[in-house]
Design a protein. Structure first.
Length: 377
């Protein structure tokens, strides 16, 4: 694992940190993406049979931390995470052998970029409100609807699109479809003007009687929300932990540089608060490693849920204490620190509504059973 960390740190310093424009650019750096493919970072968690190197989620966490701590950019890593989850989880777990062989090796090389199309304008990804439909006629599905806030959407070669295919006992049932960007009836919209997580691009698509064959169906019909959408959030929650820790360590490095350059007065109160922050980051790193191991071992339980929720809560607490440290000591932060902080805070808050639901379920289980056993879905 240490060799992987050192290799990832070297790559990050060479390819990411050397590009100070990454946090400001509106253009996706395909040259860096190509190099990530050449060095097999795009296939880090993919079995060798499909061109990857078969590493674990823990390895991914370690590499993700190194990319941000040494590369100083979270946006590029976000695009990498979504790309990896689509190949490692969606395609590898649910794809037919033909779908796997035709898509995953190209994703590993960086020749194909993928996007997961779930969220819709105004309603997000709530299962009750998704309006996109896929109607089956003859041997063809006709997709209609709109999707938005799609990570990698403007640069994707294909999309995994969630659409309603049926209603059973008054409940909507959703299926997943693999749809290439050049499919008639699919329009890729211009990138959204989001001032966060650059150079990762977000955008939307419009589906207007977009025709796809039955072979475009990914996984079982009608089960995509339960089997793909919900677990996707878990993968995203865990795999973003490493990059967030890398960002926290980079924040501390920048604070240290500012303190040394300005020769700030270091009081005992400053040391106590700084020590609290350092201890929390160390604890978060342990949480991220354990969460990654649980994710790979399929031992997800109430404890797994608690780890994921705790990581979110403790990460937010670190930012609160950092603000206190800066305010109380009179430190003047710079643009690098402020841009990184904005990205970290956004990453920590993403999926907050789902987290609140899980917190309530944890409480309900405890109130009902009076113990800490069980699971939260």
């Amino acid at each position: 694992m240490e060799n992987l960390r050192k290799r990832a740190e070297l790559f990050a310093r060479r390819e990411l940190a050397s590009r100070e424009d990454l946090c400001l650019t509106d253009t996706f750096p395909f040259d860096i993406w190509k190099k990530m493919g050449e060095e097999n970072y795009l296939g880090l968690n993919i079995p060798a049979i499909y061109g990857g190197c078969g590493k674990s989620s823990l390895a991914f966490t370690v590499a993700g931390e190194a990319f941000v701590s040494q590369g100083h950019n979270m946006g590029m890593v976000l695009s990498w995470i979504i790309h990896i989850i689509i190949s490692r989880f969606l395609l590898l777990e649910f794809g037919t052998e033909k779908q796997k062989k035709s898509l995953i090796p190209q994703m590993v090389k960086g020749e194909y970029i993928a996007s997961f199309a779930v969220s819709e304008p105004e309603t997000g990804a709530h299962p009750k409100h998704i309006k996109t439909t896929a109607i089956f006629k003859g041997d063809t599905y006709f997709l209609n609807g709109k999707k938005t806030y799609l990570t990698n959407g403007p640069i994707a070669d294909f999309f995994v699109i969630i659409a309603q295919t049926e209603i059973e006992k008054g409940k909507k049932k959703y299926s997943a479809f693999i749809v290439f960007k050049n499919t008639p009836g699919l329009t890729v919209l211009e990138p959204m003007n989001l001032d966060i997580l650059r150079p990762s691009l977000h955008g939307g698509i419009i589906l207007d009687n977009c025709e796809v064959p039955a072979s475009a169906l990914l996984g079982e019909k009608g089960l995509a929300y339960e089997k793909m959408v919900k677990p996707f959030r878990e993968f995203e929650d865990v795999l973003i932990m490493g990059p967030i820790i890398g960002g926290l360590k980079r924040q501390m490095e920048l604070i240290l540089c500012i303190v040394r350059e300005t020769k700030s007065n270091i009081t005992d109160e400053f040391k106590e608060l700084l020590g609290s922050i350092i201890s929390m980051i160390d604890a978060l790193e342990l949480v991220s490693h354990e969460s990654a191991c649980l994710l790979d071992g399929h031992r997800k339980s109430l404890k797994f849920t608690s780890l994921v929720l705790s990581f979110r809560l403790l990460s937010a607490r670190v930012q609160t204490l950092l603000n206190c440290l800066i305010k109380d000591s009179g430190i003047k932060t710079n643009k690098k620190f402020n841009l990184l902080t904005k990205d970290i805070c956004f990453a920590v808050k993403t999926g907050g509504n789902v987290a609140k639901i899980k917190q309530r379920k944890l409480a309900e289980l405890f109130l009902r059973n009076g113990n800490f056993n069980g699971s939260v879905k």
